[in-house]
Write a protein that binds this ligand. Structure first.
Ligand code: URA
Length: 207
């Protein structure tokens, strides 16, 4: 399932990210804030269990997350820009990392790091700001899905239709949430209009 979150602040912050007038410091801050804003809509499907709570005044019934706080998996590098914000909200989450680098000729994703906590039976939130061809997302999701988690949600900021389709084909049960759905990809695999290379803009490695 694919959902574009319709929220004025999220859209406005995302569009600020796109602008070439946005420098590293602002880009980093905005991406973290977007991560915070997206946690709510990205976790609406999480199941809860009833819970008895003693308030200072009385006993009442509330709810707690069934299965605990979702595990957050960041797809390096750019995923770390969202991760910081996500962890402001899911502050006790276990965190995994998958390092992927894009081959600029073939647009395939080459894996250089996998460091994951145990995922079996848990809810997993994979964070990567750009869903372009979907090759990196599918490579990361393959790793996550191999451990049989209870559910997987992919959080991205800007998605291209090609990437959404690629992920939906390979991982039909994965829930994809995005802040924007753009027009498509150029011949180099960049999202149009997009925001350029999210990792370069986040870490100031633009040449
Ligand atoms: N990765 C990015 O950072 N930007 C794109 O436009 C596509 C992939």
């Amino acid at each position: 399932m694919f959902t574009v979150i319709d929220h004025p602040v999220l859209s406005a912050w995302t569009d600020r990210l796109r602008s070439t007038a946005t420098g590293v410091e602002e880009f980093r801050r905005l991406l973290g804030q977007i991560g915070q804003l997206m946690v709510g809509p990205a976790t609406t499907e999480l199941p809860t269990s009833p819970l008895t709570i003693e308030t200072p005044l009385t006993e009442t019934t509330g709810r707690e997350l069934r299965g605990g706080t979702p595990v957050v998996v960041s797809v390096l590098r750019a995923g770390n820009g969202l991760l910081d914000g996500v962890l402001q909200i899911l502050s006790d989450a276990d965190v995994g990392f998958i390092g992927l680098v894009r081959d600029h000729e073939t647009l395939e994703a080459n894996e250089y790091l996998v460091k994951l906590p145990a995922l079996a039976g848990r809810h997993v939130l994979v964070v990567d700001p750009m869903l372009a061809t979907g090759h990196s997302a599918v490579a990361a999701l393959n790793r996550v899905a191999a451990q049989n988690p209870e559910s997987i949600t992919l959080m991205c900021v800007v998605a291209a239709p090609e990437g959404v389709e690629h992920v939906a084909t390979h991982h039909p049960l994965v829930r994809i949430v995005a802040a924007a759905l753009d027009e498509g990809l150029n011949e180099l695999g960049y999202i149009i209009p997009g925001l350029g290379d999210a990792g370069d803009r986040l870490y100031g490695t633009l040449s």
